[in-house]
Ligand binder design. Structure first.
Ligand SMILES: [Zn+2]
Length: 117
């Protein structure tokens, strides 16, 4: 269990530092919002605006992925505290050891993972 906890704490720090580079945490809601993309163009023309919009969409998608991942990590850490760690959130069965080894933030067992995807 300590092993999983350490891995989760490590991953939490990693995700938060990645998010810190591309997003700002909303104080009240705790939701991460993508930062505006820096203007790296010296001259403004119409294509630049389109590029920036595209960059921002890419960044938003990354922030969403990292945010979801962070939520799983935080939920798993909370589960360790409350003694529920390793329980599938869909069917309530134990999550397989090898699945947790590969991903301590897994929220579902293998059966339910396959159903979801
Ligand atoms: Zn399950």
């Amino acid at each position: 269990m300590e092993n999983y906890k350490n891995k989760l704490i490590e991953e939490k720090a990693l995700i938060e530092s990645e998010l810190g580079g591309v997003a700002i945490k909303h104080e009240e809601t705790g939701v991460w919002e993508a930062k505006p993309v820096e203007e790296t163009y010296t001259e403004a023309d119409e294509n630049d605006q389109a590029d920036r919009t595209e960059d921002y969409e890419e960044r938003s998608a990354l922030v969403n992925t990292l945010g979801d991942r962070l939520n799983d990590v935080l939920a798993s850490l909370a589960d360790i505290e409350s003694g529920k760690f390793g329980t599938c959130t869909v069917c309530g069965m134990k999550i397989e050891e090898d699945r947790l080894e590969a991903n301590p933030a897994a929220r579902t067992c293998k059966t339910c993972m396959n159903k979801v995807n």
